[in-house]
Design a protein around this ligand. Sequence first.
Ligand code: 4AD
Ligand code: MG
Length: 502
Amino acid sequence: MATRTTIAELAQHVGQAVRLSGWLYNRRSSGKIQFIILRDGTGLCQCVLERADATAAAFDAAEHLGQESSLMVEGQVRRDERGTGGYELTVTHLEVVGRAENYPITPKPHGVEFLMEHRHLWFRSQRQWTILRIRATLVDAIRRYFNDRGFVCIDTPIFAPSAGEGAQTLFSVDYFGETVYLAQTGQLYLEAACMSHRKVYCFGPTFRAEKSKTRRHLTEFWMVEPEIAYADLDDDIALAEDFVENIVQRVLRDHRADLAFLGRDVAPLEAVRKPFERMTYSQAAEVLRSKRVADMLDEQLAQTQARVAALKSDLEAKEAERSGPGVKKWRAEKLVQEMAELREELADLEELARNIPNHKHLAANFEWGGDLGGSDETIIARLHDKPVFVTHYPRTCKAFYMKRNEQDHRVVNNFDMLAPEGYGEVIGGSQREDDLGVLEERMREEKLDPAPYEWYLDLRRYGTVPHAGFGLGVERTLAWLCGLKHVRETIPFARMMGKVEP
Ligand code: 4AD
Ligand code: MG
């Protein structure tokens, strides 16, 4: 009897007869022999079928199987250094479980719109499989980090009676005739919890009605938020630095091969070691207006234009070869695929080239008082090869709960952590305003109705202490770690403006 096992465990079964169950990922055949790439959720394995008497029935069954048909195979495990996954199965028996015909996602390139519409199937592709496995490790690393250090996990509510961040991004819900909102953050509740448990965190889905389609914004995303009593801004930054180093190094340790498969250069991730860079908002504003930044953007534009020109001539050469005389069918197909990939890269670069002058204009005219825009963050992040903490933003561009700076009342004790390589903000954090009078004044300034916040003000009435925390977005962090341009591939089913299906 063949032993039931999975592809991930084949190493323990070399030379033995095993039974694998999975889906047909890909197939090549050359008359007498078929090579089936089986996918079983744990990995890929090449299964070889020869038309011998013993396997004639299996051979015929396999011959017309469409991509993603489900099947079971039995056979002998062989070590094969060069093969997919390092092992190969010499098939003696094959059983079809469920046929698939005309699977919509073929090995040919598809536009990302099409793939997002078929997300429920796109899941099965190697790239998506890899990304979501890395996500699972990242989530585990996050929980472990806090659980191992005495933080108590507090599950904060999702129905929230009032805004935690800006009122512009609230989703409202009819709650038995009353309007409540989907939580934008668990922070306010964590502030209550840290007065009981000292070190706490929450980790769950968060909702923001972001009315912009950008590569960094989802309407539903996952955020981990620690909160500590008796902590100030420096304590908060020290925690964020240690935490980020820890989770990045854990992902690197467990997923080196996966990151290589995604085409991620891991050198910049290796460099994510304490201490990170630090600058104030005012320094960042000066840097943005500097000649250094203008020069950097000019250079980036020149490089982008050069790359656009190179891509265009590459495309022309490939098109000439494809439409030329005597080109083989397989070669023409390969060229079509390569050209599709080049066109995608070209479109991105052309858009970047169009945007750089605008980014340059925004940076050069940056005025003290406004929040850093996406392109400003990208510029600051590009100037460093480690994450950067930008601290002490003007209070008027940040949330009402941030602690006023004692020396300069115009700014607050907060930070954003910007990821390098242009990824931008992945953490927002701050010390919280612990003075009742200052907090009430700040809420009046923001025209917030104090009624739904009375419980929050109680925390300042009964034994207030300095406290601080931050929030890290899982999807932006994963996009950075995997080197992805857009957050839509970092979450199983992305929700964005104009996208709630499937
Ligand atoms: O900077 P934010 O808005 O901070 C807070 O919500 C605080 N209450 C956190 C705290 O101090 N406890 O959001 C924190 C992080 C961002 O840096 C980003 O990584 C992520 O959450 N984030 C988003 N990710 C994807 N899509 C969006 N629309 C996001 N908005 C924020
Ligand atoms: Mg923020």
